[in-house]
Design a protein around this ligand. Sequence first.
Ligand SMILES: [Zn+2]
Length: 182
Amino acid sequence: MPAYQLRCVCSAVNLVSVGQAGGTLACQACGKILDIPKLRNFHLMEMEEATVRSPVNAGWGFPQGFMLFGIVIAVASFTLAGVLAVPAGSEINSELIRSNVDAAPIAEVYKAWIFFASSGVLRPSTIDEELAIRRTVLGGSGAQLLRLIGVIGMIVAAIGLGLSLKPSRRSSHNATTKRALV
Ligand SMILES: [Zn+2]
């Protein structure tokens, strides 16, 4: 939360936040009780230099970087795992084939069997099939490992989120307490 400069008659600068609007404050230098302006007059005060100078630092600290890192890892891993795990071709419905064979007249089955026997079902696999086989082999262990990394990424992101939420709640007092906490 931005800190505003409340100048005392002794020329000392006291930092106040929006949450203190309308209240009073004892000057840090001389102890004089100062009236903190109402919220609508806050814009008349100068903002604290550190608040003005480093809005990026205030928003993007280590926790936020930590969180972003985790999210990137999680998203990348889950995406890659999804690509690896997806079956390359549609599954063969063996039940349907079996029932069709059962229902077909024996002469039909014999004809079909002769056709396969003469043409041969064995042939070199196409590039697509070769890739599919590799993907399935990789998909088993690779996708599982990637999902695990993805979960770790999510945990890292959650820790980052937790870290980034904690200090921002306390920072409402003033910049001095924030610096002391860090
Ligand atoms: Zn004073």
